[in-house]
Design a protein around this ligand. Structure first.
Ligand SMILES: Cc1cc2nc3c(=O)[nH]c(=O)nc-3n(C[C@H](O)[C@H](O)[C@H](O)COP(=O)(O)OP(=O)(O)OC[C@H]3O[C@@H](n4cnc5c(N)ncnc54)[C@H](O)[C@@H]3O)c2cc1C
Length: 262
């Protein structure tokens, strides 16, 4: 079983600032981490490999600095990492990103592709489904558990507004994995040593993709404007007195708000 796991190296959003003049995110000096649900996708892949055999390949489309994220994946147990990196990939929207990742999956003849439910920096949740559509394979989003896996199919549980759904998909297939689906294992010293030599770099030429279909030219999305929304100011009031009086005071306040509309 060849399992591909999409790993995105993302800036820590809690450290990011917004430049109101240029209307862009200021990423300078911000630390990066592996996108949290990608670690759950990786753990799911490792558990499947440990059960049925095969290999887990961590893949990222990103600038060279993202090698660090792939090394983390290998130090946790992935067999190898592949960084899809090329200046011509810059400016990619989710369509172009998923196209590149789909080509890598095709070249690697992946049986199963696992990605996180969404990223913490852009959070569209479009890349996984995009990869599946480019490849013409089935996919299921918000998976939290694998129930069964064989040579030809996989059975999974997915969370939905209506409860828990059970789905069986023919392989090859793609799953998007929810944050907290499992407890990702910790990197090992042995893994960290192995990670130094376990990352390959692939360019557009290695993938054989037309440069017009990737990066900025292959991205139809345009950011036409950005509006800074200030959070509403909170009004705080503290009531001092007996519990019964406090309850009445609170109930009156709630009624007042309901009558006035929210
Ligand atoms: C017009 C435009 C230009 C842009 N230009 C740039 C740019 O120059 N540089 C830049 O960094 N971003 C750029 N972006 C953002 C970029 O398109 C998104 O970061 C990227 O497509 C992933 O989208 P997402 O973060 O919403 O992923 P989601 O769809 O939320 O991700 C879901 C899962 O897919 C997998 N995944 C997502 N992205 C990758 C990846 N790159 N490699 C491996 N796995 C992945 C992960 O497992 C992740 O958990 C641009 C966006 C737009 C609209």
């Amino acid at each position: 079983m060849r399992i591909l796991v999409g790993i995105k190296w993302v800036p820590r959003v809690d450290q990011m600032k917004f430049d109101p003049v240029t209307k862009t995110l200021v990423r300078v000096g911000v630390e990066s981490v592996v996108n949290p649900p990608d670690l759950n996708a990786l753990e799911m892949g490792l558990q499947i490999r440990d059960k049925v055999g095969g290999e887990v390949i961590a893949v990222s489309m990103a600038p060279p600095v993202a090698k660090e994220g792939l090394m983390e994946a290998v130090s946790m147990g992935a067999d190898r990492g592949i960084l899809l990196t090329d200046r011509r990939m810059a400016g990619a929207d989710t369509l172009a990103t998923s196209r590149v990742l789909a080509e890598a999956a095709k070249k690697l003849k992946a049986d199963l592709i696992l990605v996180g439910e969404e990223t913490i920096d852009s959070a569209t949740g479009q890349v996984g489904p995009g990869i599946a559509v480019h490849l013409g394979i089935p996919f299921i989003s918000y998976v939290h558990k694998v129930l069964e896996i064989g040579d030809e199919s996989i059975t999974v549980e997915r969370e939905s507004e209506r409860g828990v759904e059970v789905w069986r998909l023919g392989l090859p297939a793609l799953l998007t994995v929810v944050l907290g689906a499992n407890k990702p294992r910790r990197p090992t010293i042995r893994g960290k040593i192995r990670a130094k030599r376990a990352i390959d770099f692939w360019s557009l030429d290695d993938l054989g993709i037309d440069p017009e279909c990737v990066g900025f030219p292959g991205s139809p999305t345009r950011v036409v404007d950005m509006v800074v929304v200030e959070p509403p100011k909170r009004r705080g009031e503290i009531f001092q007195g007996e519990a019964a009086e406090a309850a009445k005071w609170l109930a009156d306040k709630i009624l007042e708000v309901l009558k006035g509309g929210l």
